[in-house]
Design a protein around this ligand. Structure first.
Ligand SMILES: [Zn+2]
Length: 323
């Protein structure tokens, strides 16, 4: 029930009812509603600055959890990086050195990705930095793993080659020389048995009775078994590959033919005194890339350090060669 208001009319000297127009009532009502809405809006706005809605709280928690998970992931990446760095270190300093491959430079192992910005679609968010950094880190890690994997492939190949090289390279004495008494003359300046002049003896002489077995000192192919080279008499040449060739001279008899494949330790012929030879003996040479080198360094396959020293002593005696 609305209040009825009166006013005093001086002319009629009586109280009269104040008639309120409908329009005025509507105007006041509208104003009130507007003002109420305005203050309500201000209130909600201010409140929302200080009070979180349940939805906001849930989102915030989720964001915090995501950030935490990213941090944990980064920790794991750090660990993976450390393990990989250790593998790379061993790779460079042990495996690659052992198989005579050049170490892979650090820049190549840790190279990122140049050129176009791969992370453009990750930009423009509050967490962009975190996400981009993590992505970069993982990309580099992935690339490092690829580099490492390729390096190991290369090493596996080299290891296989090395195995072949190790069985091919001359590595035993060509005659049975258990007590090491067969060494007659080594590599170096020696007196020529015929002219008595000093000259370079580019091989090793093993003294042995005619018919003593001669063995291939490494795997290879017989490239010559003839007496066509002056001075050597009946002789055998074995090509071992990798630039190595062994030569056995002054033979009495052959046990192999040209083009025959031989293994280390195979019986290839017998000691004799054919060609330019003073007495039955085996003249043994090792060629590397066409040069005659000292065979003394190629007996590691069958000698102990002590035996090697004894052999070295015998071989370095400045005596007369048997040629
Ligand atoms: Zn000789």
């Amino acid at each position: 029930m609305s209040k009825v208001k009166y006013y005093y009319d001086k002319e009629s000297l009586s109280y009269r009812k104040i008639e309120r127009k409908k329009r005025t009532t509507f105007k006041y009502a509208s104003l009130f509603i507007l003002a109420a809405a305005f203050f309500a809006f201000i209130f909600v706005f201010i409140a929302s600055q200080y009070v979180e809605s349940p939805k906001e709280r849930a989102l915030k928690r989720e964001l915090q959890n995501t950030q935490l998970q990213f941090e944990l992931l980064n920790k794991k990446m750090e660990h993976a990086e450390a393990v990989l760095a250790n593998v790379a270190d061993r790779d460079n300093n042990i495996y690659r050195v052992y198989f005579e491959a050049n170490p892979i430079p650090e820049e190549q192992r840790r190279a990122g990705f140049g050129g176009i910005n791969r992370y453009k679609n990750l930009e423009g968010f509050d967490n962009s930095k975190l996400i981009i950094e993590s992505n970069k880190r993982l990309d580099i890690l992935q690339k490092q793993i690829v580099v490492q994997s390729k390096s190991l492939d290369e090493i596996a190949e080299l290891a296989e080659e090395k195995e072949k090289l190790l069985s091919a390279i001359p590595a035993i004495q060509p005659v049975n020389n258990k007590d090491l008494t067969r060494m007659a003359s080594g590599y170096g300046m020696r007196t020529d048995p015929f002219t008595k002049a000093r000259k370079m003896h580019k091989g090793m002489d093993f003294t042995a009775p005619r018919g003593t077995p001669i063995y291939a000192s490494g795997d290879g192919v017989v490239v010559r078994a003839d007496s066509g080279s002056s001075g050597y008499g009946k002789h055998i040449r074995i090509d071992h590959g990798f630039g190595y060739l062994s030569l056995y001279a002054h033979l009495y008899k052959y046990n192999v033919r040209k083009n025959q494949k031989v293994k280390r330790g195979d019986l290839i012929g017998f000691v004799g005194s054919t060609g330019r030879s003073e007495a039955p003996h085996l003249h043994y040479e090792i060629h590397k890339d066409g040069n005659k080198i000292n065979p003394i360094n190629f007996y590691y396959g069958s000698l102990t350090a002590e035996e090697f020293n004894k052999l070295l002593e015998h071989a370095s005696l400045e005596n007369q060669s048997l040629d």
